[in-house]
Design a protein around this ligand. Sequence first.
Ligand code: NAD
Length: 274
Amino acid sequence: MRILVTGAAGSIGRVVTLGLCDRGHEVVGLDLVPEPDGFTGAWHTIDCADADAVDEVFGEERLDAVVHLAGHPDEADLPASLTSHVITTAALLDACVAHRVGRFVYASSNHAVGRTPRASLTDGVVPGLLTDQALPRPDTFYGVGKVAAEALMRLYVDRHSIDAIACRIGSFLDEPGTTRALSTWLSPDDCVRMVDAALTAPSPGFAVLYGISDNTRAWWDLEPGRRLGYEPQDDAEAYADRVAVRDVDDAEAAHVGGPFAGAEFYRPALDLRR
Ligand SMILES: NC(=O)c1ccc[n+]([C@@H]2O[C@H](COP(=O)([O-])OP(=O)(O)OC[C@H]3O[C@@H](n4cnc5c(N)ncnc54)[C@H](O)[C@@H]3O)[C@@H](O)[C@H]2O)c1
């Protein structure tokens, strides 16, 4: 497949770009910044919130799919979050429709459901695990942006019959460094497996999966991903004896979004001074 990877210069983007190329895909990179050393494919240094610039890229490249990773991976005020996550997604989805690109894979986040109390996860297929049926429950304006981007994807799937998969990524890290990350870790290799599965699953329509490794202490259900062919191979437990116990561990385990659900993130939506 010839795949546009947005945010291709970022931490996930660099790993996904290399991994997809290793799996025989052709990657077209897009980012606000120029290509990293060693990237040899086509590259577009643009802002993917700029619909005209995005449309021009789609006009130049014959694409089969988009992996949308561009975005600010942290809390921001509401306008910035909406621009970074919703406007960019809208520009790319409009271009998908206009240029008949039928597969859209999105780096959503666990923070779309991050305010879900873990103590509430007592029923469901596997008690203690959050499923893909969980209602949106963002923990931050960042999470609101991810919820809204997922809603936009759902709308475009219903209107235009494209396939769109929201990968609610946990903690993408070389290795887990906190107790929470023993539950939320997504290893680099599993991240590539996840994106490849989301790109190649037959006719998923709109789907949500949880982007974590096969962690012994997982808080999220891996079945939605497995239904799409995502078979994670790594387990954070292999690193457990290197992870120091901290005073904040219990507080971070109260909600699935961890620290983002805490009071330090309470702030006005339109406080642009922060
Ligand atoms: N890292 C994680 O654990 C994690 C967890 C959940 C979700 N995510 C999501 O995954 C995506 C990638 O995260 P990351 O950790 O690689 O972040 P990152 O900051 O390392 O990379 C993001 C890249 O996107 C680019 N970018 C940002 N806005 C852009 C725009 N408007 N147009 C073009 N390029 C733009 C940046 O220049 C950067 O290279 C983000 O959407 C983030 O919200 C990450």
